[in-house]
Write a protein that binds this ligand. Structure first.
Ligand code: HEM
Length: 468
């Protein structure tokens, strides 16, 4: 009683599968900005309005993530890492990472050189794919991976290094976990399905193999770091972690070799696919809206000499690039249903009871398309982020692509640096279009229904000449 409204519940089973974006949108129409569904005995609470999300997510009682065994797949159920841990364990990991990523240049100009080096190589590689229809070059992944990986492990890969493919495969295949969610949420189904069917589904075997692969990969890197560790000259996040652990500093209360594997994997997971996906969305939107592409390119040409890559020094004069990135973040609403939180006690939100342990979804996609905040929510318009004088207007109500509150995205400033430097370098050097007679596909990839990932598809990359 007192809980938000929602569809009727069948005891022990609930009333829904794991929510998809379209289901959430439909239920919002029926039940309003806050509603509840159930899966097994788990309560899912959806917040679909900017003010509700802002208010709820900034409350300390809502700082936890819900407990999910699948969230600790690498540590076999033991809480570890930063994304899914709670309490002191999470606080220490977050403080440690923020401090060290900032020291390593996150959000600062001296990281710019490293990102620009990757941008230069990205441009060179895109040239090789130009002319005829091509899938998104894999250098787009490699460039983004290299930025995070250099900070975490002082490693970078060549744009065509085949080993990167296996890293990408590992990260992507964790996405299959969504199939396992149903078994996790309704445990009695897990018990009654005979082993031979589970094996037939090969899900558990697949997960176990992937876990082994990911662990071996990161453990090898960790062992190499341990062997070369110079406590007076830490090179990266892994070195700093080992030093804090050896010195038994306060922040290292929960540090362990297993936790380091999970922290490293979390940074990979959160920091790589997100940013490379946003770059794919940006390319697709430029294809779909060629007049926007042209406007952005004209501004880049007016501000940046053609033989120089755009840098942060040019940023104040490139409001259209900034507005385009913001609008792509809004329009794609990539993390559409947010990353779930869970109250550590019963709380009231929007006049309703949210019971301890429930799964709270900040459905930011609803704010991003709310006509209360956006003049033309269904159109891709740079004006959503420009003021009347054409200046970039960054602070916007109704806009939460990186979440909000104590658990908001830890890598936002890194992601923003990458999006600016990579997308402006690409648009300075190339025009993107669809293969003749084709339209770009702007639907999200249906394999992951609660986030919106761009479909891989053929695009045409045309190098720009001085006259373009
Ligand atoms: C376009 C790129 C990105 C987007 C849209 C994005 C979005 C998000 C969102 C929505 C959350 C959940 C926030 C919440 O619960 O309120 C999150 C969490 C997180 N992000 Fe990002 N992110 C991006 C890039 C990155 C990068 C580059 C890194 C790392 C270097 C990163 C690291 C993290 C971590 C560690 C968390 C968990 C924070 C915590 O639980 O305390 N993200 N991100």
């Amino acid at each position: 009683s007192g809980m938000p409204p929602g569809p009727m519940v069948i005891p022990y089973v609930g009333n829904s599968l794991f929510p998809t974006i379209s289901v959430v949108k439909k239920l919002r129409k029926k039940y309003g900005d806050i509603f509840k569904t159930e899966l097994g005995q788990n309560k899912f609470i959806f917040l679909c309005n900017y003010k509700l999300i802002k208010e709820a997510m900034s409350r300390t009682e809502l700082s936890d993530r819900p407990h999910l065994d699948l969230g600790f797949i690498l540590s076999e159920g033991v809480p570890a890492g930063v994304i899914m841990t709670n309490g002191k364990h999470w606080q220490n990991a977050r403080r440690f990472l923020l401090r060290n990523l900032r020291d390593l240049g996150m959000g600062k100009t001296y990281l710019e050189d490293a990102i620009q080096r990757e941008a230069q190589l990205l441009v060179e590689d895109f040239k090789k794919h130009s002319g005829s229809p091509t899938l998104f070059p894999k250098s787009l992944n490699v460039a983004v991976l290299n930025v995070v990986w250099q900070m975490v492990a002082s490693t970078r890969y060549d744009m065509d290094d085949e080993r990167v493919l296996s890293i990408i495969k590992i990260i992507r295949s964790f996405e299959t976990t969504s199939v396992l969610l149903i078994l996790e949420f309704i445990p009695f189904i897990k018990k009654i399905i005979p082993d031979f069917i589970k094996n037939r589904l090969s899900l558990y075997t697949k997960m176990a193999n992937l876990r082994k692969e990911a662990k071996t990969l990161i453990q090898d890197i960790k062992t190499a770091h341990r062997a070369q560790l110079d406590p007076d000259n830490p090179r990266d996040v892994i070195d700093e972690y080992l030093i804090a652990m050896d010195n038994k500093s306060d922040i290292a209360e929960y540090f362990s070799e297993l936790d380091l594997v999970c922290v490293t994997f979390d940074l990979f997971n959160a920091g790589f696919d997100t940013t490379s996906n946003m770059l794919r969305w940006i390319i697709l939107y430029m294809i779909k809206y060629p007049e926007v592409q042209r406007r952005v390119q004209e501004q880049i040409d007016a501000v940046v000499p053609r033989d120089t890559l755009p840098s942060y020094q040019h940023k104040p004069n490139l409001p259209l690039v900034e507005a385009m990135i913001q609008e792509a973040l809004r329009f794609s609403s990539m993390v559409s249903l947010g990353v779930q939180r869970s109250p550590d006690r019963d709380i009231q939100v929007g006049g309703y009871l949210i019971p301890k342990g429930s799964f709270v979804f900040p459905a930011t996609v609803c704010c991003h398309y709310d006509p209360q905040y956006w003049e033309h929510p269904d159109q891709f318009r740079l004006e959503h982020f420009l003021d009347d004088q054409g200046n970039f207007a960054s602070q916007k109500e109704g806009f939460l692509p990186f979440g909000t509150g104590r658990r908001s995205c830890l890598g936002e400033s890194l992601a923003r640096m990458e999006l600016f430097l990579f997308s402006s370098a690409l648009l300075q050097n190339f025009t993107f279009s669809a293969p003749e007679g084709c339209e770009v596909n702007l639907e999200g990839d249906p394999r992951l229904p609660s986030v919106r990932l761009a479909h891989d598809q053929n695009i045409v990359i045309t190098p720009r000449t001085k006259e373009d």
